[in-house]
Design a binder for this molecule. Structure first.
Ligand SMILES: NC(=O)c1ccc[n+]([C@@H]2O[C@H](COP(=O)([O-])OP(=O)(O)OC[C@H]3O[C@@H](n4cnc5c(N)ncnc54)[C@H](OP(=O)(O)O)[C@@H]3O)[C@@H](O)[C@H]2O)c1
Length: 334
Protein backbone atom coordinates (compact mmCIF):
# COMPACT_ATOMS: atom_id res chain seq x y z
CA UNK A 1 0.00 0.00 0.00
CA UNK A 2 1.42 3.43 -0.94
CA UNK A 3 1.76 6.39 1.45
CA UNK A 4 -1.47 8.09 2.44
CA UNK A 5 -2.14 11.23 0.41
CA UNK A 6 -1.30 14.24 2.55
CA UNK A 7 -4.03 16.82 3.29
CA UNK A 8 -2.09 19.18 1.01
CA UNK A 9 -2.63 16.93 -1.96
CA UNK A 10 -6.28 16.50 -1.04
CA UNK A 11 -6.59 20.21 -1.73
CA UNK A 12 -9.00 20.97 1.13
CA UNK A 13 -6.51 21.84 3.87
CA UNK A 14 -6.52 25.39 5.20
CA UNK A 15 -4.00 27.53 7.02
CA UNK A 16 -3.90 30.91 8.75
CA UNK A 17 -2.22 33.77 6.88
CA UNK A 18 -1.99 37.53 7.34
CA UNK A 19 -3.47 39.24 4.29
CA UNK A 20 -3.90 42.73 2.89
CA UNK A 21 -6.01 43.52 -0.16
CA UNK A 22 -5.40 47.29 -0.34
CA UNK A 23 -2.48 49.58 0.42
CA UNK A 24 -2.58 51.56 3.65
CA UNK A 25 -1.90 51.69 7.37
CA UNK A 26 -1.37 48.52 9.47
CA UNK A 27 -5.19 48.40 9.77
CA UNK A 28 -5.35 46.87 6.27
CA UNK A 29 -3.78 43.67 7.64
CA UNK A 30 -6.09 40.87 8.73
CA UNK A 31 -5.73 37.21 9.57
CA UNK A 32 -7.66 34.79 7.34
CA UNK A 33 -8.04 31.10 6.57
CA UNK A 34 -6.66 30.38 3.10
CA UNK A 35 -5.83 27.17 1.20
CA UNK A 36 -2.67 25.51 2.46
CA UNK A 37 -0.13 25.51 -0.38
CA UNK A 38 1.21 22.32 -1.92
CA UNK A 39 4.82 22.05 -3.10
CA UNK A 40 5.58 21.72 -6.81
CA UNK A 41 8.01 19.06 -8.03
CA UNK A 42 11.06 21.23 -7.24
CA UNK A 43 9.65 22.90 -4.12
CA UNK A 44 9.58 22.27 -0.40
CA UNK A 45 6.66 23.00 1.94
CA UNK A 46 7.83 24.70 5.13
CA UNK A 47 5.87 24.76 8.35
CA UNK A 48 6.75 28.30 9.38
CA UNK A 49 7.71 28.63 13.06
CA UNK A 50 8.86 32.25 12.91
CA UNK A 51 8.95 35.15 10.51
CA UNK A 52 9.59 38.85 10.99
CA UNK A 53 8.28 42.30 10.16
CA UNK A 54 10.80 44.53 8.41
CA UNK A 55 10.79 48.19 7.42
CA UNK A 56 10.81 47.08 3.79
CA UNK A 57 7.52 45.21 4.27
CA UNK A 58 5.90 48.22 5.95
CA UNK A 59 6.74 50.17 2.78
CA UNK A 60 5.29 47.36 0.62
CA UNK A 61 2.10 47.45 2.69
CA UNK A 62 1.83 51.21 2.05
CA UNK A 63 2.55 50.63 -1.66
CA UNK A 64 5.72 52.70 -1.46
CA UNK A 65 7.75 53.80 -3.22
CA UNK A 66 5.09 54.46 -5.88
CA UNK A 67 7.27 53.10 -8.70
CA UNK A 68 7.49 49.83 -6.71
CA UNK A 69 3.79 49.28 -7.56
CA UNK A 70 4.95 48.08 -11.00
CA UNK A 71 5.99 44.94 -9.12
CA UNK A 72 3.57 45.05 -6.19
CA UNK A 73 0.43 45.84 -8.18
CA UNK A 74 -0.66 49.21 -9.60
CA UNK A 75 -3.94 49.91 -7.75
CA UNK A 76 -3.91 47.16 -5.17
CA UNK A 77 -1.47 44.43 -4.17
CA UNK A 78 -1.28 41.57 -6.67
CA UNK A 79 -2.96 38.37 -5.46
CA UNK A 80 0.33 36.53 -5.00
CA UNK A 81 1.73 39.37 -2.88
CA UNK A 82 -1.17 39.77 -0.47
CA UNK A 83 0.55 37.86 2.29
CA UNK A 84 3.73 39.61 3.36
CA UNK A 85 6.66 38.00 5.16
CA UNK A 86 10.13 38.12 3.63
CA UNK A 87 12.15 35.90 5.94
CA UNK A 88 11.28 32.73 7.78
CA UNK A 89 12.51 29.78 9.78
CA UNK A 90 10.68 26.50 10.07
CA UNK A 91 10.60 22.79 9.43
CA UNK A 92 10.17 21.10 6.06
CA UNK A 93 6.89 19.24 6.10
CA UNK A 94 7.03 17.75 2.61
CA UNK A 95 9.09 17.97 -0.57
CA UNK A 96 8.30 17.76 -4.28
CA UNK A 97 9.32 14.62 -6.18
CA UNK A 98 12.43 16.20 -7.76
CA UNK A 99 13.83 17.83 -4.60
CA UNK A 100 17.36 16.68 -3.71
CA UNK A 101 18.77 19.39 -1.40
CA UNK A 102 16.29 19.01 1.45
CA UNK A 103 14.17 16.35 3.10
CA UNK A 104 11.12 16.22 5.34
CA UNK A 105 12.07 17.24 8.89
CA UNK A 106 14.96 19.56 7.92
CA UNK A 107 15.03 22.75 9.99
CA UNK A 108 15.63 25.63 7.59
CA UNK A 109 15.82 29.42 7.37
CA UNK A 110 15.23 31.38 4.20
CA UNK A 111 14.21 34.43 2.23
CA UNK A 112 11.04 34.56 0.17
CA UNK A 113 12.02 37.79 -1.62
CA UNK A 114 9.46 39.30 -3.98
CA UNK A 115 7.32 36.18 -3.61
CA UNK A 116 6.81 37.13 0.07
CA UNK A 117 4.17 34.98 1.84
CA UNK A 118 6.07 33.93 4.98
CA UNK A 119 3.57 35.61 7.35
CA UNK A 120 1.51 32.41 7.35
CA UNK A 121 1.52 28.94 8.83
CA UNK A 122 3.02 27.39 5.69
CA UNK A 123 5.16 28.59 2.82
CA UNK A 124 6.40 26.84 -0.32
CA UNK A 125 9.93 27.64 -1.46
CA UNK A 126 11.86 26.45 -4.51
CA UNK A 127 14.58 24.07 -3.33
CA UNK A 128 17.09 26.26 -5.17
CA UNK A 129 15.70 29.45 -3.61
CA UNK A 130 17.36 31.40 -0.81
CA UNK A 131 17.09 28.56 1.68
CA UNK A 132 19.54 26.73 3.95
CA UNK A 133 19.61 24.53 7.03
CA UNK A 134 19.20 26.85 10.01
CA UNK A 135 22.12 27.42 12.38
CA UNK A 136 22.12 24.52 14.83
CA UNK A 137 22.59 26.79 17.85
CA UNK A 138 19.79 29.25 17.10
CA UNK A 139 16.08 29.12 17.82
CA UNK A 140 13.57 29.47 14.98
CA UNK A 141 12.95 33.06 16.09
CA UNK A 142 16.64 33.92 15.99
CA UNK A 143 17.14 32.19 12.65
CA UNK A 144 14.19 34.04 11.08
CA UNK A 145 15.71 37.33 12.26
CA UNK A 146 19.12 36.49 10.79
CA UNK A 147 18.16 36.42 7.12
CA UNK A 148 17.30 39.75 5.47
CA UNK A 149 19.15 42.28 7.65
CA UNK A 150 22.25 40.11 7.96
CA UNK A 151 22.45 39.12 4.28
CA UNK A 152 21.80 42.71 3.17
CA UNK A 153 24.61 43.97 5.42
CA UNK A 154 26.89 41.30 3.96
CA UNK A 155 25.84 42.14 0.39
CA UNK A 156 26.63 45.85 0.77
CA UNK A 157 29.88 45.50 2.73
CA UNK A 158 31.38 42.55 0.86
CA UNK A 159 29.82 42.33 -2.61
CA UNK A 160 29.34 46.05 -3.19
CA UNK A 161 32.14 47.80 -1.25
CA UNK A 162 34.66 44.92 -1.14
CA UNK A 163 35.45 45.77 2.48
CA UNK A 164 39.10 45.25 3.48
CA UNK A 165 40.82 44.78 6.81
CA UNK A 166 42.07 48.04 8.32
CA UNK A 167 39.54 50.23 6.53
CA UNK A 168 37.64 52.90 8.43
CA UNK A 169 33.91 52.15 8.16
CA UNK A 170 30.97 54.20 9.44
CA UNK A 171 27.59 52.52 9.92
CA UNK A 172 24.64 54.91 10.16
CA UNK A 173 21.48 53.36 11.66
CA UNK A 174 23.73 51.01 13.65
CA UNK A 175 20.89 49.96 15.98
CA UNK A 176 18.51 48.72 13.25
CA UNK A 177 18.30 45.31 11.63
CA UNK A 178 20.85 45.86 8.86
CA UNK A 179 22.86 48.13 11.16
CA UNK A 180 23.35 45.68 14.04
CA UNK A 181 24.64 43.10 11.57
CA UNK A 182 26.70 45.63 9.61
CA UNK A 183 28.62 46.68 12.73
CA UNK A 184 29.47 43.06 13.55
CA UNK A 185 30.31 42.05 9.97
CA UNK A 186 32.54 45.09 9.42
CA UNK A 187 34.44 44.12 12.60
CA UNK A 188 34.59 40.51 11.39
CA UNK A 189 36.25 41.73 8.16
CA UNK A 190 38.83 43.63 10.24
CA UNK A 191 37.58 47.20 9.82
CA UNK A 192 37.74 50.00 12.34
CA UNK A 193 34.05 50.65 12.94
CA UNK A 194 32.15 53.76 13.95
CA UNK A 195 28.45 53.23 14.67
CA UNK A 196 25.89 56.05 14.56
CA UNK A 197 22.72 55.77 16.66
CA UNK A 198 20.71 57.69 19.27
CA UNK A 199 21.66 58.03 22.96
CA UNK A 200 19.60 55.07 24.19
CA UNK A 201 21.21 52.66 21.73
CA UNK A 202 24.86 53.58 22.25
CA UNK A 203 25.51 50.75 24.73
CA UNK A 204 23.93 48.21 22.37
CA UNK A 205 26.09 49.35 19.44
CA UNK A 206 29.22 49.28 21.61
CA UNK A 207 28.33 45.74 22.73
CA UNK A 208 28.27 44.67 19.07
CA UNK A 209 31.92 45.64 18.75
CA UNK A 210 31.89 49.22 17.41
CA UNK A 211 35.20 50.96 18.17
CA UNK A 212 33.49 54.32 18.32
CA UNK A 213 29.85 55.35 18.69
CA UNK A 214 28.38 58.67 17.59
CA UNK A 215 25.08 59.90 19.04
CA UNK A 216 23.22 61.38 16.08
CA UNK A 217 21.09 63.51 18.40
CA UNK A 218 24.24 65.33 19.54
CA UNK A 219 26.71 65.14 16.65
CA UNK A 220 26.47 65.24 12.86
CA UNK A 221 28.94 62.66 11.52
CA UNK A 222 29.11 64.50 8.19
CA UNK A 223 30.47 67.61 9.91
CA UNK A 224 32.99 66.36 12.47
CA UNK A 225 36.03 66.28 10.15
CA UNK A 226 36.46 62.46 10.27
CA UNK A 227 36.87 60.54 7.02
CA UNK A 228 36.01 56.96 6.11
CA UNK A 229 36.67 54.40 3.38
CA UNK A 230 33.05 53.27 3.58
CA UNK A 231 29.96 55.09 4.81
CA UNK A 232 27.12 52.57 5.00
CA UNK A 233 23.85 54.41 5.64
CA UNK A 234 21.61 51.44 6.44
CA UNK A 235 18.58 53.71 6.97
CA UNK A 236 19.39 56.20 4.16
CA UNK A 237 18.96 59.24 6.40
CA UNK A 238 21.89 61.01 4.71
CA UNK A 239 22.74 61.70 1.07
CA UNK A 240 25.88 61.27 -1.03
CA UNK A 241 26.31 65.04 -1.26
CA UNK A 242 26.18 65.35 2.55
CA UNK A 243 28.65 62.46 3.01
CA UNK A 244 31.06 63.25 0.15
CA UNK A 245 33.34 65.33 2.41
CA UNK A 246 33.50 62.53 4.99
CA UNK A 247 34.68 59.96 2.43
CA UNK A 248 38.36 59.29 1.79
CA UNK A 249 39.67 59.52 -1.77
CA UNK A 250 37.99 56.61 -3.66
CA UNK A 251 35.71 56.11 -0.64
CA UNK A 252 32.37 54.45 -1.05
CA UNK A 253 28.86 55.56 0.03
CA UNK A 254 26.33 52.76 0.52
CA UNK A 255 22.63 53.74 0.72
CA UNK A 256 20.01 50.97 1.10
CA UNK A 257 17.16 52.77 -0.68
CA UNK A 258 16.38 55.57 -3.15
CA UNK A 259 15.98 55.47 -6.92
CA UNK A 260 18.17 58.58 -7.15
CA UNK A 261 21.06 56.64 -5.64
CA UNK A 262 20.98 54.21 -8.55
CA UNK A 263 21.51 57.10 -10.98
CA UNK A 264 24.27 58.43 -8.73
CA UNK A 265 25.90 55.00 -8.77
CA UNK A 266 25.99 55.11 -12.58
CA UNK A 267 27.25 58.66 -12.64
CA UNK A 268 29.99 58.16 -10.02
CA UNK A 269 31.17 54.91 -11.62
CA UNK A 270 31.84 56.86 -14.84
CA UNK A 271 33.32 59.90 -13.11
CA UNK A 272 35.77 57.90 -10.91
CA UNK A 273 36.85 58.83 -7.37
CA UNK A 274 34.29 58.72 -4.58
CA UNK A 275 31.48 56.33 -5.47
CA UNK A 276 27.89 55.49 -4.64
CA UNK A 277 27.11 51.76 -4.56
CA UNK A 278 23.40 50.98 -4.45
CA UNK A 279 21.60 47.71 -5.08
CA UNK A 280 19.38 44.99 -3.77
CA UNK A 281 20.40 41.56 -2.61
CA UNK A 282 18.00 39.00 -4.02
CA UNK A 283 19.73 35.63 -4.25
CA UNK A 284 20.81 34.97 -0.66
CA UNK A 285 21.82 31.33 -0.90
CA UNK A 286 25.56 31.79 -0.48
CA UNK A 287 25.02 34.47 2.17
CA UNK A 288 22.84 32.12 4.24
CA UNK A 289 25.53 29.44 4.26
CA UNK A 290 28.13 32.01 5.31
CA UNK A 291 25.86 33.41 8.05
CA UNK A 292 24.99 29.92 9.32
CA UNK A 293 28.72 29.20 9.75
CA UNK A 294 29.32 32.51 11.50
CA UNK A 295 26.35 32.08 13.86
CA UNK A 296 27.39 28.52 14.70
CA UNK A 297 30.88 29.83 15.56
CA UNK A 298 29.22 32.37 17.90
CA UNK A 299 30.45 35.15 15.62
CA UNK A 300 27.16 37.00 15.14
CA UNK A 301 24.69 38.26 17.74
CA UNK A 302 21.04 38.30 16.68
CA UNK A 303 19.19 41.19 18.29
CA UNK A 304 15.46 40.64 18.80
CA UNK A 305 13.58 43.67 20.05
CA UNK A 306 10.02 42.34 20.27
CA UNK A 307 8.06 39.19 19.51
CA UNK A 308 4.40 39.08 18.41
CA UNK A 309 2.03 36.18 17.64
CA UNK A 310 0.69 35.90 14.06
CA UNK A 311 -2.64 37.35 15.22
CA UNK A 312 -0.88 40.60 16.20
CA UNK A 313 0.97 41.19 12.91
CA UNK A 314 -0.72 44.60 12.56
CA UNK A 315 0.65 45.63 15.99
CA UNK A 316 4.10 44.49 14.90
CA UNK A 317 3.81 46.62 11.73
CA UNK A 318 2.79 49.62 13.84
CA UNK A 319 5.88 49.24 15.99
CA UNK A 320 8.29 48.67 13.10
CA UNK A 321 6.82 51.63 11.23
CA UNK A 322 7.83 53.90 14.12
CA UNK A 323 11.36 53.61 12.67
CA UNK A 324 12.89 53.00 16.10
CA UNK A 325 13.09 49.25 16.52
CA UNK A 326 16.32 47.80 17.87
CA UNK A 327 17.52 44.98 15.65
CA UNK A 328 14.60 42.80 14.64
CA UNK A 329 10.89 42.25 15.30
CA UNK A 330 9.79 38.64 15.12
CA UNK A 331 6.41 37.00 14.50
CA UNK A 332 6.05 33.67 16.22
CA UNK A 333 3.79 31.27 14.36
CA UNK A 334 2.25 28.66 16.66
N1 LIG B 1 18.73 47.33 -0.65
C1 LIG B 1 18.35 46.21 -0.06
O1 LIG B 1 18.64 45.10 -0.51
C2 LIG B 1 17.54 46.32 1.21
C3 LIG B 1 17.22 45.15 1.90
C4 LIG B 1 16.53 45.25 3.09
C5 LIG B 1 16.12 46.50 3.56
N2 LIG B 1 16.39 47.60 2.83
C6 LIG B 1 16.00 48.94 3.35
O2 LIG B 1 16.94 49.29 4.34
C7 LIG B 1 16.37 50.21 5.26
C8 LIG B 1 16.76 49.85 6.66
O3 LIG B 1 16.20 48.64 7.05
P1 LIG B 1 16.33 48.11 8.54
O4 LIG B 1 15.37 46.97 8.64
O5 LIG B 1 17.73 47.89 8.92
O6 LIG B 1 15.76 49.36 9.36
P2 LIG B 1 15.20 49.40 10.83
O7 LIG B 1 15.70 48.25 11.62
O8 LIG B 1 13.74 49.60 10.81
O9 LIG B 1 15.85 50.76 11.38
C9 LIG B 1 15.49 51.20 12.62
C10 LIG B 1 16.68 51.86 13.30
O10 LIG B 1 17.02 53.05 12.59
C11 LIG B 1 17.52 53.99 13.55
N3 LIG B 1 17.37 55.36 13.10
C12 LIG B 1 16.21 56.05 12.91
N4 LIG B 1 16.48 57.31 12.53
C13 LIG B 1 17.83 57.43 12.47
C14 LIG B 1 18.71 58.49 12.12
N5 LIG B 1 18.26 59.68 11.74
N6 LIG B 1 20.03 58.24 12.16
C15 LIG B 1 20.51 57.05 12.54
N7 LIG B 1 19.72 56.00 12.89
C16 LIG B 1 18.40 56.19 12.85
C17 LIG B 1 16.67 53.73 14.77
O11 LIG B 1 17.39 54.10 15.91
P3 LIG B 1 16.83 55.21 16.94
O12 LIG B 1 15.62 54.61 17.56
O13 LIG B 1 17.95 55.36 17.88
O14 LIG B 1 16.53 56.42 16.12
C18 LIG B 1 16.38 52.22 14.71
O15 LIG B 1 17.19 51.46 15.59
C19 LIG B 1 14.87 50.19 4.99
O16 LIG B 1 14.53 51.38 4.30
C20 LIG B 1 14.68 49.00 4.07
O17 LIG B 1 13.61 49.21 3.17
C21 LIG B 1 17.10 47.55 1.69
Amino acid sequence: MGPEPSPVEQGDARMKAVLFTRYGSPDVLGIQEVPKPAPGDKEVLIKVHATSVTSAECAMRRGEPRWGRIILGLRRPRKRMRTLGLEMAGEIESVGKDVRRFKKGDQVFGFAGFNVGACAEYKCMPEKGSLALKPANSTYEEAAAAVDGASTALFFLKDKANIQSGQRVLINGASGSIGTYAVQLAKYFGAEVTGVCSTGNMELVRSLGADKVIDYTKEDFTKNGETYDIIFDTVTKSSFSQCRGSLKKNGCYLPTTGLKNHFLMLWTSMAGGKRVMAGMSVDKNEALLFLKGLIEADGLKIIIDRRYPLEQAAEAHRYVESGHKRGNVVITVE
